[in-house]
Write a protein that binds this ligand. Structure first.
Ligand code: DGL
Length: 254
């Protein structure tokens, strides 16, 4: 059985946990939501690196074989530091799925929704540089999205208006694919899809990240598939957002 540590600034990372547990249903999961320090999106890289180090220490002390940084912003700010400081630990990161979007667009315009921290990170800027000759890449911060998800406000007039304010500018520029570049945003996917309309495809990189996690565990010969499944949910702040969202990422057979 593999011990899989996962962390995010809050409960957004549960959208990644959902994909992990589909692919790896018999492992031990330790999920840490750093919600006392959420959002990360407007924090300095130094601040996020300090948090990422503290959380990684805790996950490793609890026996994690691998750490999934289930947060685009923390990946942008801290994964290079983590890999340097913990050279024997495999870290799996998130990044906006620009490549499949660039390959799939028919309008020649893709939209990226992410936090300010992700959009200004060198990882993202480098990736954007690889594709922006062939396609136009429109970007927008999902302003207020993280707060809505942490507050469990996943639909309703306020949520729809907040989502529209960030999605409409992408549509106005002609985007026919929208990339979810923050792990909180998949919880708003039904609203994003409703606002964007049927002609627009929404892409979440979480399934690809789950497949990458499986590949790395196999490469390292970590025994998998033997069970028993377990999940430890931990939070630096209130545990209630996790409790509210967990049923949405748990399969009906559980
Ligand atoms: N869930 C996070 C991400 O993927 C961060 C949201 C935030 O804390 O600003 O970027």
């Amino acid at each position: 059985m593999a011990s899989i540590g996962i962390f995010d600034s809050g409960c957004g990372g549960l959208s990644v946990y959902k994909e992990l547990v589909k692919l790896l249903p018999n492992e031990r999961y330790i999920f840490f939501a750093d919600n006392a320090h959420c959002p990360y999106g407007d924090k300095s890289a130094q601040y996020i690196q300090d948090r990422a180090r503290f959380i990684s220490d805790s996950l490793l002390q609890q026996g994690a074989d691998i750490i999934v940084v289930a947060c685009n912003t923390a990946t942008a700010a801290a994964i290079a530091t983590l890999r340097r400081e913990y050279p024997s630990v495999p870290f799996i990161g998130m990044e906006p799925a620009v490549k499949p979007a660039a390959l799939g667009t028919r309008s020649g315009v893709i939209g990226v929704l992410a936090t300010a921290g992700t959009l200004k990170g060198s990882k993202y800027l480098k990736m954007r540089g690889l594709y922006e000759d062939g396609v136009k890449i429109a970007e927008h911060v999902g302003q207020g999205f993280v707060e809505l998800v942490e507050g469990g406000k996943l639909d309703g007039p306020e949520t729809e208006a907040t989502v529209r304010a960030s999605v409409q500018p992408l549509l106005d520029q002609g985007a026919d694919i929208i990339v979810l570049g923050c792990t909180h945003y998949p919880f708003l996917r039904p609203v994003i899809e409703r606002v964007a309309g049927p002609g627009v495809q929404v892409i979440d990189p979480a399934p690809a990240v789950a497949r990458q996690t499986l590949r790395v565990l196999q490469e390292r010969n970590v025994p998998i598939g033997q069970g028993p499944f377990s999940l430890s949910l931990q939070a630096s702040g209130s545990p209630s957002p996790l409790k509210t969202l967990l049923p949405l990422v748990t399969q009906p057979t559980d």
